[in-house]
Design a protein around this ligand. Structure first.
Ligand SMILES: Cc1cc2nc3c(=O)[nH]c(=O)nc-3n(C[C@H](O)[C@H](O)[C@H](O)COP(=O)(O)OP(=O)(O)OC[C@H]3O[C@@H](n4cnc5c(N)ncnc54)[C@H](O)[C@@H]3O)c2cc1C
Length: 384
């Protein structure tokens, strides 16, 4: 049997960031257990890599205010790249309701210290991107420090840094059960059993099964999301931000020599469906060409498109912190589409909660598991 001070179940970007933050705080006896033969085969390797502080709830804004500057300094801090590209997020509103929503969010974001966000009017958007069909765009908001990262590189950077300083990563080791004995845990895996004082559930879309091992019903459900990369395309500027069409949720950003197209199909239902569905191509290209008429000419190779899983909670906010029922068992789950952009903050919050029982980054009670039982769920409408 092995021992470790802290065991992290799942070696995606969240487990890797927590490992980094624990080691950086002096807790080096950390074991990350990943069932796949390589990291990134869960949602992290499927992500669009968008990072933004343009949220509507204070706690999401706070998490981004830590995470985005962290990504901006990633290479300096860790010595590995994460390919942060501050090309911004541009939300394009086509109704007064959306304008009012963006204005209210803007006020919150500025009040909380976000400096680079501004409201823009329809004519400015049409001037910047004449390729957009702008007749119905009446305004929007733009934040220049929002942008994109390479999630795979960030995950590898976090884990390599932690591994070089004491943390251990087991690959090809599945957690199959967890038992408890007088304040300590035994984590059973296909490789060996580990005794530890603290277990962190970082199993992404599979986290409910891990929670079940200690008798907890975790409200995290998998939900398929599909992305379509285009072939090389130069009729839209590659310096563009993530552009979000608020009329239907279609969004896109430059990627390589082409663009990455995204749209969250409202007809999608929860479940472990991770196959890309060919019929999605027509659905997304219709929306793409509607907002960006030159996309009528874009070429797409369906074999390069992919699907992955969001890990959804009932209020689209993560569940972070120690279980009230099982002391020593921690959650870092349910990012509902924001796990890459909030991984740095999650690492900071979880490492502080594990090592000191409190965190200075956010009011931890806002995201704790007890909020569901206590009727304190959060309402966030800006989910992409
Ligand atoms: C199409 C798509 C686009 C997205 N776009 C964005 C975006 O633009 N910005 C953003 O911030 N987020 C985005 N996300 C969400 C983001 O990718 C996730 O929130 C994030 O990757 C979650 O990281 P994680 O480490 O918790 O989970 P994962 O990366 O899924 O890692 C969990 C790991 O746990 C392992 N595991 C599971 N069960 C076990 C077990 N029993 N034993 C051992 N290991 C186990 C899995 O193999 C996996 O590697 C997107 C997601 C998808 C699918």
């Amino acid at each position: 049997m092995q021992t470790a001070d802290v065991v992290l179940i799942g070696g995606g970007i969240v487990g890797s960031s927590i490992a980094y933050h624990l080691v950086a705080s002096g807790c080096k006896d950390v074991l990350v257990i990943e069932r796949e033969t390589a990291q990134g085969k869960g949602s992290t390797g499927k992500s669009m890599g968008g990072v933004r502080a343009q949220f509507s709830t204070p706690v999401n804004i706070q998490m981004s205010l830590y995470s985005i500057p962290f990504y901006a300094n990633f290479e300096e801090l860790l010595g590995y790249p994460c390919d942060y590209r501050p090309q911004g997020y541009l939300f394009c509103a086509t109704s007064e309701k959306h304008i009012a929503y963006l204005r209210a969010n803007y006020q919150k974001q500025v009040a909380m210290g976000l400096k680079d966000v501004r409201l823009v009017d329809g004519s400015e958007i049409r001037g910047l991107y004449p390729q957009l069909r702008g007749d119905d765009i009446i305004g929007g908001s733009f934040c220049s420090t929002d942008g994109f990262v390479d999630p795979y590189s960030a995950m590898i950077g976090f884990m390599t840094w932690a591994g070089d300083r004491g943390a251990t990563l087991w690959k090809n080791a599945s957690v199959t059960g967890i038992t408890r004995d007088q304040g300590s845990f035994r984590v059973l895996t296909t490789r060996d059993t580990v005794s530890t004082r603290a277990v962190v559930n970082c199993a992404g879309a599979w986290s409910a099964a891990i929670a079940k091992m200690v008798g907890i019903d975790l409200p995290v459900e998998p939900l398929r999301r599909m992305l379509v990369p285009t072939e090389p395309f130069d009729q839209f500027p590659h310096t563009a931000p993530m552009i979000v069409d608020m009329s239907n949720g279609f969004h896109f950003r430059p990627e390589g020599r082409g663009f990455l197209l995204a749209w969250n199909d409202p007809a999608e239902t929860p479940g472990y469906k991770a196959d890309f569905e060919a019929s999605f191509i027509e659905k997304i290209l219709t929306r793409a060409a509607d907002r960006v008429p030159v996309f009528k000419e874009v070429a797409v190779n369906p074999k390069r498109a992919w699907a992955g899983l969001y890990e959804m909670t009932p209020d689209h906010h993560p569940i972070l912190g120690e279980s009230p029922e099982v002391p020593g068992f921690f959650f870092a789950n349910g990012f509902s589409g924001h796990g890459v952009m909030h991984a740095p903050a999650t690492g900071k919050i979880l490492s502080e909660l594990i090592l000191t029982g409190k965190t200075g980054l956010i009011d931890a009670s806002l995201l704790n598991f007890a909020r569901f039982a206590e009727g304190r769920t959060i309402h966030e409408t800006a989910v992409l």
